[in-house]
Design a binder for this molecule. Structure first.
Ligand SMILES: [Zn+2]
Length: 428
């Protein structure tokens, strides 16, 4: 991705550096050639570089670009799971995914980790974004997901003879699990996304307490993926599935819903980050009826919501790490609502805004494996910055209001926000 050729100064706002500590009241950020050269108090800051463009934060907040840690670019706000795979051809879904990536950037998300994609759309979209062909978050790609035959993602009955070709690789046993990962190696993905457990969405045969892969299959996935320098994550609701994943060597856990003491202990031993994606459950409970979910499904989402919230509180209290990401891409939880996850974690789960902001920035970068260059506002890091006319620490909901975004910056270049409107010329 292109870096700014000039320099810029952002001033007149408080500065949240991503580490979870209170904001610096009168902060300043200086970026040169796309990298941060200073982030700290305005008083005592180095002189403004010659020719620097100046961004006025208007008494608002300067913070790191947000990181969406569970992003499904190809989920096009579907009303039914089946639509994810077969409603449209891959050509059209690619265009929809590009629109979702642009939207995510406009929502202040400068980086994202894919949580699974139709075919390899995310792999090639990442390339398009890196080459500046299309706007979007810096992306880590997952490609197709892996699930056991008959598991959560294997929903097409055999008589339809359509398989699950676009969305998942279905496996029986460790040999097939290894073969699936080897295919993903050739596809060029970075994160192998698996389905160790079911979900409230499938109450009859694959509910949230059901296992959808064996430990042996999961272990084979991890061994093969790690051998090739790839990381592994998985959709883990059921307690035993979480433990299987942690024992098998998973690098992160998606959801981590029903954690008992032993699961938490295993999690903390290796400091594995969890991406709860939990607002989705509240959205499902609140809007389930209107979109035609059965009562059994809604009840399952309610149980998941409560169990997940409690697990998140325990993980944070024990010093664990959460990433913010939200399974957006369903009719009742559409793209563009990404920051609702942050608001939910403050108002429903009860975490402190500073902690949630750290989860959405620094921890996100750690999950991406890019903490050395992203996630905090510190000297030497890429100037991926969000400038907001408001105070997300006082009211985190301001991050849902794009009209309040002064600038969304990647590598020192303003890509979205008020400053990209015609007439502003400092974007170089
Ligand atoms: Zn997901």
């Amino acid at each position: 991705m292109r870096l700014a050729t000039g320099s810029c100064v952002i001033h007149n706002g408080q500065l949240f550096d991503g580490n979870g500590t209170p904001c610096i009241p009168q902060g300043m950020l200086i970026a040169e050639q796309g990298r941060i050269t200073y982030a700290g108090p305005a008083q005592g800051a180095p002189p403004k570089p010659a020719g620097a463009s100046v961004i006025d934060a208007q008494g608002g907040t300067i913070l790191p670009g947000l990181i969406e840690a569970h992003f499904h670019p190809t989920y096009f706000n579907v009303a039914a799971l089946e639509d994810l795979d077969i409603k449209y051809p891959v050509e059209y879904v690619t265009l929809l995914a590009a629109a979702n990536a642009k939207l995510a950037l406009e929502c202040g998300y400068t980086s994202a980790r894919s949580g699974g994609s139709l075919f390899n759309i995310d792999v090639w979209m990442k390339k398009g974004i890196e080459k500046d062909l299309i706007p979007g978050p810096r992306l880590a790609a997952s490609g197709r997901e892996i699930c056991g035959v008959g598991g959560l993602m294997d929903w097409n009955p055999d008589f339809r003879k359509i398989g699950m070709e676009g969305l998942v690789l279905l496996v029986n046993g460790p040999d097939e699990a290894r073969a699936a990962v080897r295919k993903l190696v050739k596809d060029g993905i970075e994160w192998v996304k698996t389905y160790p457990t079911g979900d409230a969405a499938a109450p009859d045969v694959n509910d949230h307490h059901t296992l959808c892969m064996t430990f042996e299959e999961m272990h084979a996935v991890v061994q093969t993926a790690h051998n090739h320098g790839m990381k592994v994550t998985g959709h883990c609701r059921a307690t035993e599935g979480i433990k299987n994943a942690l024992r098998a060597g998973y690098d992160t856990i998606e959801h981590g819903t029903f954690m008992d003491d032993e699961a938490l202990e295993l999690l903390l031993q290796r400091d594995v980050a969890v991406v709860p994606g939990l607002y989705f459950e509240l959205a499902s409970v609140e809007r389930g009826k209107e979109i035609g979910m059965g009562q059994k499904v809604i009840d399952g989402h309610q149980e998941t919501l409560e169990g997940g919230a409690e697990s998140c509180r325990r993980i944070m209290a024990a010093g664990g790490r959460l990433g913010m990401g939200g399974d957006y891409g369903f009719a009742w939880n559409p793209h563009g609502d990404y920051a609702k996850e942050l608001d939910f974690f403050v108002k429903y789960v009860g975490l402190k805004p500073l902690d949630v902001l750290k989860c959405a920035t620094r921890t996100g970068a750690e999950i991406l494996g890019r903490a050395h260059e992203l996630g905090t506002l510190e000297k030497g890091k890429l100037a991926d910055v969000l400038v907001v006319a408001g105070d997300p620490v006082a009211d985190i909901a301001v991050l849902q209001d794009r009209s309040k975004f002064i600038a969304v910056m990647q590598g020192g270049i303003v890509k979205a926000g008020r400053l990209t409107r015609p007439g502003w010329t400092g974007n170089s």
